[in-house]
Design a protein around this ligand. Structure first.
Ligand code: ATP
Length: 300
């Protein structure tokens, strides 16, 4: 029996995010281009002799009970399959929290994968994805990873061609944004045509593997809400472009901003500037990473 598993739960950014309508059940129908990045949380799952799920994390303000998505994910599978053992989950967070990078969803995805493997439950990736959506709309994507079109409430996924490699600078200002707040304040009827990103154009650019065409078409309709609330997001976007990013965009409901760089030297200079230079007060967390497209080693 497997007694320990070490997993990596990768974060995502949105190269495109459009909201089509609010459904009668309150969920929003979206069209998003998802992209995994190389920034990850570390998750270790240990087998316990006694039953029960225990969660330990490095962030004191995160719940360690049922409200943590790793707990929910483990419980969902362990109850369904009447697993007689217990587990202890060590969660080390690196992905910014409440940031629009699906950190919690990715943690849940990694735990679904891990519990399935540890107890040899035999579920396929598709079967894990079906269960994942019960935990959160982005969980199926976090199981799949890579570059993908996400539709419906996030559960209808179409894989897209891998993005060409380049540097991605991630900057999160010191504000926390509630996804619920952003969607509730999105005034779909009042939006102009140019507030909506050209998702089809973005898909075509991804297919042609042209990073400049992709960058030109980056767009996120939720910026209309979050930037209004936190203008620092627009300041970070401007600064990233000034420092050489081909383009910059807010990810998810924010407040994280990412900049795409094709010049590695410009990218590392921009990192230094945001982290230690005169612009250091714009963002609290800054990471230099890249697109992560390796699907071969699941969560390894
Ligand atoms: P999304 O991009 O899907 O909108 P997010 O980046 O806005 O996600 P997360 O960091 O995934 O948000 O989750 C933030 C909220 O979820 C916080 O209220 C936090 O307490 C709760 N939470 C539960 N489990 C986790 C987890 N494993 N990691 C981070 N947050 C978690």
């Amino acid at each position: 029996m497997i007694r320990h598993l070490g997993l990596k739960a990768y974060g995502k950014i949105n190269l495109g995010l459009d909201v089509l309508r609010k459904r009668d059940d309150g969920y929003h129908e979206v069209r998003m281009i998802m992209q995994t990045v190389g920034l990850y949380d570390k998750i270790d799952i240990y087998l316990k002799e006694t039953p029960g799920i225990e969660v330990v994390t490095n962030l004191y303000y995160l719940p360690v009970n049922e409200n943590n998505l790793v707990y929910k994910a483990a419980k969902l599978l362990m109850e369904e399959f009447h697993v007689p053992h217990g587990i202890r989950i060590h969660l080390k967070k690196f992905i910014p929290v409440s940031a629009g990078m699906a950190g919690g969803s990715s943690d849940a995805a990694a735990v679904l994968f891990g519990v399935n493997k540890m107890f040899q439950l035999g579920l396929t990736r598709e079967e894990l994805m079906k269960r994942g959506v019960k935990i959160g709309a982005d969980v199926p994507y976090c199981i799949m990873r890579g570059t993908a079109l996400s539709e419906g409430i996030g559960e209808i996924l179409t894989p897209l061609a891998d993005m060409p490699q380049c540097q991605v600078l991630i900057a999160k200002p010191s504000v926390s944004v509630s996804t619920k707040f952003v969607y509730e304040h999105l005034n779909l009827a009042g939006l102009k045509k140019e507030d909506h990103p050209d998702i089809d154009g973005l898909i075509a650019a991804i297919k042609s593997r042209n990073i400049y065409q992709v960058s030109e078409r980056l767009g996120n309709v939720l910026e209309t809400v979050t930037i209004q609330e936190y203008p620092v997001i627009a300041d970070i976007k401007e600064k990233l472009k000034e420092l050489g990013a081909v383009n910059a965009l807010m990810s998810g409901s924010g407040p994280t901003v990412f900049g795409i760089f094709t010049n590695p030297i410009a990218a590392s200079n921009a990192y230094e500037e945001l982290r230690y230079g005169e612009s250091r007060n714009l963002a609290k967390q800054v990471y230099l990473t890249n697109f992560y497209n390796t699907k071969e080693v699941p969560h390894g």
